[in-house]
Ligand binder design. Structure first.
Ligand code: ADP
Length: 395
């Protein structure tokens, strides 16, 4: 079965084609700068990379380009059977991937109130795909779904009840597809049933989040109503005193949308150093830049605080899991985040930590009670797997 995985953002569409159930990656690519005369298109197919620039006015044109590329070059003798869509917010309704019906699509659109930056382009990707790929079955895989198991004492905010009842203001959590994928991989690596595995999963990409996983299920997570909460990120502040927006409004005369932009786009690593990419921050630090040093300390200190909190939440922890761009690649971040946690049973083997290997690997010392793993994430493959499972059940 050929499955196209689509991640439709506000100005970009990322795609991958897998043949399932063999998990064979057939082609991958992205269309960026949608809406411009010089959209950037990159594809990887049969070991070749190609890059071109051409006008792509909207998502319809972007997806049509992908459809033509697939029919003319990739799936010449076969058909596209299904599309798995990454959808950021599934609200309280969706704790599982869903075959897309009118009702599901309406709900994804309605949930834009909770994810105004993400759900509208996700919904648009679904709408356009139905026109461009009418023969393919469509499945939505929600980034919030893995966190549907959070208990009320973890997902409720201590604010008046009516705000939860009327607007659904609560913790939803994000990056669920990644936290779930690495949980499954780690349990299998540790040779334990997922239902008996306790983990702290640490996803450090441009966006960063951590999850406490008890018996294979998410019981707490650092992102909240939106992806702005929790850890310090590339451009997002993470947790701050909730009174800061009022201070900015009253003292700096900033509007709600200016504050939104400030906390989502101009804070985090970027706010402290001017750079949102951790590699650039580390380069500045190597040149002696004090702000880069401070940013690294802040970033790791917050990870450490969440590790402590989630150790307390879980009681017993089998392993800490580092994943995504920073988690998989940055030995410095891992080392700083875990320094001084020996009394909690977390002992990093500093030499193993510095080896640059690929695949799942263990980084703890032999005496460490808690294991420390790097588990590469693969959200696209996880979406392809879940899409395949939904269709196998429904057909
Ligand atoms: P996204 O959230 O966009 O999927 P990624 O998971 O690709 O992000 O992670 C991007 C982050 O990973 C960037 O901050 C980048 O600097 C960081 N990163 C990638 N490779 C390395 C590396 N070798 N060392 C340190 N940071 C890295």
């Amino acid at each position: 079965m050929n499955i196209l995985v689509l991640n439709s953002g506000s100005s970009s569409i990322k795609f991958r084609i897998y043949t399932m159930p063999h998990e064979e990656l057939v082609a991958a690519g992205l269309v960026e700068k949608i809406g411009s005369e010089e959209a950037d298109i990159q594809v990887e197919f049969r070991g070749q990379r190609e890059r071109l620039s051409q006008p792509v006015q909207n998502h319809e044109e972007g997806l049509q380009w992908i459809a033509d590329f697939l029919t003319e070059r990739v799936l010449v003798d076969s058909t596209l059977d299904a599309i798995g869509h990454r959808v950021v917010h599934g609200g309280e309704e969706y704790s599982q991937p869903m075959l897309i019906s009118e009702e599901v699509l309406d709900k994804v659109n309605e949930l834009a109130i909770l994810a105004p930056l993400h759900n509208p382009p996700n919904a648009q990707g679904i709408q356009v795909s139905r026109r461009v790929f009418p023969q393919a079955q469509q499945v939505a895989v929600f980034d919030t779904a893995f966190h549907a198991t959070l208990p009320p004492h973890a997902f409720r905010y201590p604010i008046p009840n009516k705000l939860y009842e009327q607007y659904g203001i609560r913790v939803y959590g994000m990056h669920g597809t990644s936290h779930q994928y690495v949980t499954k991989q780690a349990a299998s690596f540790l040779d334990k049933p997922m239902s008996e595995t306790n983990l702290i999963t640490i996803h450090l990409g441009n966006g960063c989040s951590m999850t406490a996983v008890k018996n294979g299920q998410s019981v707490d997570t650092s992102m909240g109503l939106s992806p702005l909460a929790g850890l310090m990120m590339g451009t997002r502040s993470g947790d701050i005193d909730p009174s800061i927006p009022f201070f900015l409004s009253n003292q700096a005369n900033m509007s709600p949308s200016e504050i939104d932009q400030l906390l989502n786009q101009e804070s985090g690593l970027k706010g402290i150093t001017g750079e949102n990419d951790l590699r650039e921050v580390l380069k500045l630090r190597a040149q002696g830049d004090k702000m880069a040093q401070l940013a690294l300390e802040m970033y790791c200190y917050r990870i450490k605080k969440y590790i402590g909190a989630y150790m307390a939440v879980l009681g017993e922890v089998d392993a800490l899991i580092f994943t995504a761009g920073v988690g998989e690649n940055s030995d410095i971040v891992r080392e700083r985040s875990l320094a001084g946690l020996e009394n909690l049973g977390i002992e990093l083997d500093v030499e193993k930590n510095q080896e640059h290997l690929s695949g799942i690997r263990q980084l703890q010392r032999a005496s460490s009670k808690v294991k420390i793993l790097v588990v590469p994430t693969n959200e696209e493959l996880a979406i392809a797997e879940q899409t395949y499972q939904v269709l196998s059940k429904n057909n």
